[in-house]
Ligand binder design. Structure first.
Ligand code: PLP
Length: 502
């Protein structure tokens, strides 16, 4: 199967090359040339197979230039009981007859990014080998918290790779910082940048854009690469859990094969919900995809009006991983729903860059509304939902998942639709414990307590164990103390790469 650019100005490539390149050189994103179909008979064959085999079956359909043995190898290295705390990998939790939670946070960093970042390093190193590239892959990441840690856990000790993560010195939580500076692994480096997230990100972008520097590194056998969420190697693995969730409902008798279900996805960069779209297009029985946003509701407005306008106030919310005004992966959806019209896609993306907005045509908007429904939840509603969900079901959710549940309730109120619904739960409640503890226990209990005390408090209140990745963090040795100023990020990369791996 070939992959083509959404901007139509680069040659089609095989999946290994799409994964190695990440972004298409014409500025577009790689999409599969055709969407593979899975019929009911094939779906039935996947029933009860377990996550590894289901993942291999789905990925084989897209990564046709990988051998079956290569895919099996990647899947086994990623989705196993050392990396994931649940044997189901992505278990489904039943709240009532119609509402189900797909827990995507049993990986090492307690958020859904692990679902893709655990397998991406293996797909990437195999991609390099398959395309005749024997250089060491160097992953550079600028992070505002979650992605950096998930990438570190994914790439640590993976032969043929090194990873360098830059985080803003004053821009991450105490837990997030400790998670990163205590990171183990012989090929990992973590650097504090004296600036904010934008400074760190701009520094990393400058390095990617510096062709001379990239050439110099190639001479030393290093190829820079990114683990960004626009990489097809991150989207394809996310398709799998929509299938596994559906199959789980059927296997446990909660749905009959062929019955349609809704999925609710708390959305930021539009990556997770785009994978759900691919699953639906492949033939998974899906009724509606419900796009849940927080106060940064650029996507909700877009789905309602067809106007995408990023020129608006940016809110810092209690669901920070959804605080995004440019949802990069939306470009892929537009390309598909315009019938692969790269001229239109390019026009809209250029308008977004130059004017901060674009407006799609009526037929495309109608197609979007047939598939998607959207609303948003503010911080107060999110807190209220965490509380009521705990009272009603005895189930504790994180802030992002609570946005999803809140929007689902709005969906039922607006449509009366009784279709069984699965909410994608994107983080463990322990990961955003300050808000969760406050919602469940009240302000008085939480006041003056640090994040580590709150972990214990939340564990006691919820009768859930503190996840291994967060437990005892304050006792771990600090392994990374490098600091970079805004101007010397490139020198720091150079210096780090001159040191051999431990
Ligand atoms: C990244 C993230 C999201 C948003 O996912 P997208 O693929 O960017 O839409 C939602 N919740 C959590 C906890 C995340 O880490």
């Amino acid at each position: 199967m070939l992959y083509e650019s959404t901007r139509g100005q680069f040659r089609p490539v095989l999946s290994a090359e799409a994964i190695k390149l990440g972004l298409s050189p014409d500025g577009g994103l790689f999409v599969p040339h055709e969407i593979v179909r899975i019929n009911e008979e094939q779906l039935k064959e996947l029933l009860g197979l377990g996550y590894q085999k289901q993942a291999a079956a789905i990925l084989t359909k897209y990564l046709t230039d990988y051998t079956k043995a290569e895919i099996d190898d990647c899947v086994k290295l990623a989705y196993n009981d050392i990396k994931f705390s649940s044997p189901a990998i992505a278990p489904v939790h039943k709240l009532d007859e119609t509402l189900y939670i797909l827990e995507l946070w049993h990986g090492p960093t307690c958020a859904f990014k692990d679902m893709a970042l655990q397998i991406l390093p293996h797909l990437l190193t195999k991609a390099a080998a398959k395309t005749g590239d024997c250089s060491t892959i160097v992953i550079l990441v600028a992070t505002s918290g979650d992605t950096g840690k998930a990438a570190l856990e994914g790439f640590k000790d993976v032969p043929g790779t090194r990873i360098i993560v830059f985080y803003p010195e004053e821009g991450v939580s105490a837990v997030q910082k400790l998670q990163m500076i205590t990171q183990e692994g012989n090929n990992v480096s973590v650097v504090a940048v004296q600036g904010n997230f934008d400074d760190a990100q701009n520094g990393v972008k400058d390095i990617f854009g510096n062709l001379g520097f990239n050439q110099d590194l190639l001479h030393e056998n290093y190829r820079l690469s990114s683990a960004n969420s626009i990489n097809w190697g991150r989207l394809a693995p996310q398709i799998v859990y929509y299938f596994s969730a559906y199959l789980d409902l059927v296997a446990k008798g909660n749905a009959v094969l062929g019955e349609k279900v809704n999925f609710v996805v708390p959305t930021g960069n539009f990556g997770n919900i785009l994978s759900a779209f691919y699953a639906k297009e492949m033939g998974l029985p899906v009724n509606k995809l419900i796009c849940a946003a927080n106060a940064n509701k650029v996507l909700t407005d877009f789905i309602h009006t067809g106007v995408y306008n990023r020129e608006r106030h940016f809110y810092k919310t209690i669901s920070p991983s959804m605080d995004i005004l440019i949802s990069s992966n939306l470009e892929r959806l537009l390309y598909h729903l315009t019938g692969r019209d790269y001229v239109k896609t390019r026009e809209w993306m250029t308008s977004l860059k130059d004017n901060g907005n674009y407006q799609i045509d009526e037929p495309t908007l109608a197609r979007i509304n047939k598939i998607f429904w959207s609303d948003y939840a503010g911080d107060n509603e999110t807190m209220e939902t965490i509380r009521s969900c705990f009272d009603e079901y005895g189930y504790v959710t994180d802030t992002h998942t609570a946005v999803g549940i809140n929007v689902y309730k709005k969906y039922i109120a607006a449509t009366g639709d009784k279709t069984k619904t699965v909410v994608a739960s994107t983080a463990s409640p322990f990961k955003f414990n300050t808000s969760v503890a406050r919602a469940i226990l009240g302000d008085a209990e939480v006041k003056d307590k640090d994040e580590f005390e709150l972990l214990t408090l939340l564990s006691d209140a919820s009768a859930m164990e503190i996840p291994a990745g967060l437990k005892g963090l304050e006792q771990k040795p600090i392994l990374h103390q490098k600091i970079a100023s805004i101007d010397n990020i490139q020198e720091v990369v150079q210096y780090i790469l001159q040191q051999p791996v431990a």
